[in-house]
Design a protein around this ligand. Structure first.
Ligand code: T1G
Length: 648
């Protein structure tokens, strides 16, 4: 069955692409389109052509899975030009998403129609590349350059109403898209056709605009190359003729396509798509998720409840007394108010979110709840008491989950009737924002419960990663190793600020010491003290010395750095040098690259141990944990990917 077919509706031909799952522009699709142009140009009965796609979306771009192979003809720029300069006008009829090469094909058509819920965009920079089929060159000839710069250098698609506002599409279609496009085509033939974009002049843009924008894009990119290269393509498109600009864009595309950053971002792209559907659970039916409850309305509990509400689930919030219930509801109100302030929610939507939360102190309210997530204080006894009550009141098939980040889930579930329904669901703060969800089954957890954990992740738009049971699961275990290695560098005489600067240079938003000052040094300290009290031999760390001296981070005006009152900028501290002096033995000076290699190497080695112990199923899972839970720069691909050729 050909992936490109042609039907005729009177004098209008309808070309349909049917290449599941997302009509990517594989070689066969590209060839099919070129063949369609020559066939229809040669058909005297055809006056115009409507391009539609079967399935859930218009063309989602070039076939990313082809990127590791040499490009095959017909090359996409030629396909787009062939459509653009066809003897009969082509009209793109978009539903779902028209992204990357998909929108470039649409830009090659004389007209662009879309359903109201469709989205269009050029997300190539999210794959470490730039548009490679005229996206930068044609788009500046169609819409406001500032808006185009934002779209192309961020890679963020826009919905049809905004695309219409920007002039990127010609009309929004309600109802039957195919029929409306055919009618539109007939009508368009009665008027002069707009000029193909390649024949339109480029806008003149002041040099100052490019200089300013380059600085802003560079700041945001933090070492990522593609956004700046995309900007250079846009500038070239306004400063040279069409052919020269196309050549520049294509050369940039081919160069970046073969780059390490693009390989890393493709790795993450496919890992993210594989994560919600683990192979081991195919065919396992998840349990129904119609409602949920959260035990504990603190920062984590409220964040989890907000995430559940964002997915449309009614939520019961349980707390130990009325005052605590009030505080929990207030935390939720703040979360939704914050979303309104950031323009993510309307006032009405925020109210509706909150209205869907019922606060209670009565566990009996959970008698018919499908899923309960416990998020109370990180103490075994407290958590056990919660599950004792849940074991008494919940349905035997209700999924019972703990949000513990350090305790052994098996110990929490001890004595729970029907332990097959118990699972660890480790969210990251803020739980309604952070995309990572560590799913931690116990040996008793049954497949239906595990599948329900993954189904919940899909429902919440989270990136789920299955983790085995060990201290800190995957993420916090690697964090512990990362911090220990950072401290070892300080012990070797490397300046605290130099370590942080090296990791910011590597692409992190913050270095390990700045991040600890923000979160508080006392969290990890209390864990170590807990382990020491339990009789485990835990050596005194540099961080412990600081906490014992009252330095817990920003909240005490000082941790690894000093902070002026009301100022969050870290200041290197003489007090810290004095406190840690005895533990520092100056060693070889290390430059930023060596520091980053050392720390990322340590993370990857811990990752290797985690894989060897079966705590993680595959290296890509560890990369997803680090990227979506710990701020590892996405364009590096994660610690396992970025060290795949160096780790010995
Ligand atoms: N190529 C190959 N496979 C793709 C693909 C693509 N472009 N997009 C999606 N898939 C696969 C994906 O791996 C998954 O497979 C299945 O489709 C469903 O995807 C020259 C060079 C369109 C919004 O960056 O953003 O064009 O896991 O789970 O949530 O300038 O997919 O089922 O086996 O994501 O409904 C630019 C990427 C390419 C868009 C649908 N395009 N795709 O989301 O489904 S570069 C993109 C998406 C380019 C030109 C350049 C989303 C989606 P599997 P899914 P979804």
């Amino acid at each position: 069955m050909s992936v490109v077919t042609i039907a005729r509706e009177g004098n209008i031909a309808v070309v349909t692409i049917d290449n599941p799952p997302v009509n990517a522009l594989s070689q066969a699709v590209r060839q099919g389109l070129v063949d369609a142009v020559s066939e229809l140009d040669g058909d005297p009965d055809v006056s115009a052509v409507v391009l539609v796609c079967a399935g859930r979306t218009f063309i989602a771009g070039a076939d990313v899975s082809e990127f590791d192979k040499p490009p095959q003809p017909p090359h996409l720029p030629d396909v787009v030009s062939t459509i653009e300069l066809a003897a009969k006008p082509w009209i793109a009829a978009i539903h779902g998403s028209a992204l990357g090469g998909g929108f470039e094909v649409a830009l090659g058509c004389r007209f662009c129609l879309a359903t109201a819920d469709a989205s269009v965009g050029l997300p190539e920079v999210t794959l470490g590349i730039v548009p490679g089929a005229g996206g930068t060159v044609r788009m500046v000839r169609l819409a406001d350059v500032e808006a185009v710069v934002d779209l192309v250098t961020t890679g963020k698609p826009v919905r049809a109403p905004r695309a219409l506002e920007l002039g990127l599409i010609d009309r929004i279609i309600e109802g039957d898209l195919r029929a409306a496009a055919i009618a539109f085509a007939r009508d368009a033939l009665s008027r002069p056709l707009p000029q193909p974009l390649s024949l339109r002049p480029a806008p003149t843009v002041p040099v100052a605009f490019w200089v300013e924008t380059e600085a802003a894009v560079a700041k945001r990119a933090r070492g990522e190359v593609a956004p700046l290269r995309a900007l250079a393509c846009l500038r070239r498109a306004t400063e040279t003729d069409f052919a020269a600009a196309m050549q520049f864009e294509r050369a940039t595309f081919l160069e970046l396509r073969a780059s390490e950053q693009a390989a890393a971002l493709r790795h993450v792209f496919f890992a993210e798509r594989a994560a919600p559907r683990p192979a081991g659970l195919s065919g396992v039916q998840a349990l129904p998720l119609r409602n949920a409850a959260v035990i504990g309305g603190g920062t984590m509990g409220a964040g989890i409840a907000a995430a559940l509400r964002d997915a449309g689930l009614p939520v019961i919030l349980i707390e130990r007394d009325d005052a605590a219930v009030e505080r929990g509801i207030a935390n939720l109100r703040d979360i939704f108010a914050g979303a309104v302030k950031r323009g993510r929610l309307s006032e009405a939507a925020a109210e509706a979110r909150l209205a869907g939360v019922t606060g209670s102190t009565d566990y009996a309210a959970l008698a018919d709840t499908d899923l309960v997530i416990e998020a109370v204080f990180e103490e075994l006894l407290v958590k056990r008491q919660v599950f004792e009550q849940l074991g008494r009141v919940c349905r035997p098939d209700a999924v019972l989950a703990t949000n513990t980040s350090y305790l052994d889930p098996q110990a929490i579930a001890e004595g729970l009737p029907n332990p097959g329904r118990f699972i660890g669901l480790h969210f990251f703060s803020p739980a309604n924002v952070m995309r990572l969800l560590e799913i931690v089954p116990t040996p008793q957890t049954d497949d239906a419960t595990l599948a329900t954990g993954f189904a919940l992740a899909r429902m919440l738009g989270k990136v789920p990663v299955r983790a085995g049971i060990c201290e800190g699961f995957i993420g916090n275990r690697i964090l512990k190793r990362y911090r220990a290695e950072a401290e070892a560098l300080v012990g070797q005489g490397v300046a605290i600020a130099a370590v942080d600067a090296a990791m910011r240079g590597y692409g992190f938003a913050m270095g390990p010491f700045e991040a600890q000052d923000l979160g508080g040094l006392d969290i990890a300290f209390l864990q170590r003290e807990g382990a020491r009290a339990a009789g485990r031999d835990v050596p005194e760390t540099l961080g412990d010395i600081l906490v014992r001296a009252g330095r817990k981070g920003q909240k005490t005006g000082g941790g690894w750095y000093d902070y002026k009152p009301g100022d969050r900028r870290p200041v290197p501290s003489d007090e810290v040098t004095r406190l840690l002096g005895a533990r520092i033995e100056p060693g070889a000076a290390l430059d930023a690259e060596a520091i980053a290699d050392r720390l990322v190497g340590a993370m990857a080695r811990e990752g290797e141990a985690i894989l060897a112990e079966g705590i993680a199923e595959k290296a890509a899972d560890i990369d997803l944990v680090e990227i979506h839970g710990y701020g590892f720069p996405r364009w590096r691909g994660g610690p396992m990917f970025s060290t795949r050729s160096t780790l010995t």
